[in-house]
Design a protein around this ligand. Structure first.
Ligand code: MF3
Ligand code: CO
Ligand code: CO
Length: 315
């Protein structure tokens, strides 16, 4: 007698299409940056050294960050237009690399602490810091593209999660609510207010939608350095009494998960994946605190960004 088929129990959340897990692909040869492009200090050594910069920007630095942020936003928008089944993450890297150079800047990820490529591409269960490789995007994937541009001596850091073709409802919900959590966090933080209002807003929103919040990776001060000593957790940290003063520049970049928000690292020492294999999404802007509130610097001259485009598409 044939064995009765075991009934498969679905996970508690509406979750996870059972597509094969992401596995490492092949890397293309290193890409070059023309000698006339200004490089950040770590470009040749890989070592950014200890952070020494002020947490606040000067007016001139802020002007530069507006221009660099707008260029980064433009590059991310264009990169998002490439997203479709069949394109490899390496082809996205090739595009972003050249677009940074064409904008007169350096792709900040390239050789930052030894990172081998010019953009981070994080697919499905990859939380962040995915390395572009030979894997073609598949119908139903979600992909975060994280662009950072170094131009005029400052960095602009921004990312959006894009849908690849026909994406399941659970993943769409994940992407939509992750984008909303960033919007809520941006409005939650006030000049002179506590940094922990950011994580509180994100965690509350995630809880309402039964999504996990990744704790191992956090937002950061950004300006003349890629990462400053300012730490921006995306969960509520009651004891964190740091305040955000006007002219401080920083990122908010929540990573939410359909399942458990715990991370494992691949052998490449970069690629962070959810341990339970469930999907995760991320959105990121570079911001400056003004007297009125946090203002997004990673928007185009026309005032738009990939984040708003994706949000409008799945509202
Ligand atoms: N852009 C990422 C961030 O949001 C940092 C990437 S570091 C890299 O902070 F080396 F992986 F590029
Ligand atoms: Co960042
Ligand atoms: Co980033």
């Amino acid at each position: 007698m044939a064995k009765r088929k075991k009934r498969v129990t679905r996970p508690a959340n509406d979750a996870a299409p059972s597509l094969p897990p992401i596995t490492p692909g092949l890397l293309s040869p290193p890409r070059r940056v023309p000698a006339d492009i200004e490089r950040p200090p770590y470009a040749s050594t890989g070592d950014p050294g200890p952070s020494i910069s002020d947490l606040r920007r000067t007016p001139d630095e802020l002007s530069a960050m507006r221009r660099t942020g707008a260029k980064a936003a433009e590059i991310l928008l264009r990169a998002g237009e490439l997203v479709a089944p069949g394109i490899t993450t390496d082809a996205i890297d090739e595009f972003v690399h050249q677009a940074c150079i064409d904008a007169g800047g350096y792709p900040s990820p390239l050789n930052y602490r030894g990172f081998p490529k010019s953009v981070c591409t994080s697919v499905n269960e990859v939380i962040c810091h995915g390395i572009p490789d030979s894997r073609p995007l598949a119908d139903g994937d979600i992909i975060n593209i994280d662009v950072t541009l170094f131009c005029e001596g400052v960095h602009g850091d921004t990312s959006t999660t894009f849908l690849v073709g026909d994406v399941d409802d659970a993943s769409r919900r994940l992407v939509r609510e992750t984008a909303r959590s960033l919007d809520l966090a941006i409005t939650a933080v006030k000049p002179g207010g506590l940094v922990n209002e950011i994580g509180k807003a994100i965690e509350n929103h995630a809880r309402q939608h039964r999504l996990g919040v990744v704790r191992e990776f956090i937002g950061h001060g950004v300006g003349t350095e890629f990462h400053t000593n300012l730490q921006i957790p995306h969960y509520y940290e009651r004891r964190l009494q740091t305040r955000i003063e006007p002219m401080m520049s920083f990122t908010i970049e929540p990573m939410l998960t359909l399942g458990e928000p715990h991370a494992a690292l691949w052998d490449d020492d970069w690629t962070a994946v959810t341990i339970d294999g469930t999907r995760t999404a991320q959105f990121e802007h570079t911001l400056v605190m003004t007297d009125e509130g946090a203002e997004r610097l990673t928007i185009t001259a026309a005032g738009d960004c990939a984040h708003d485009h994706v949000a409008a598409m799945i509202a």
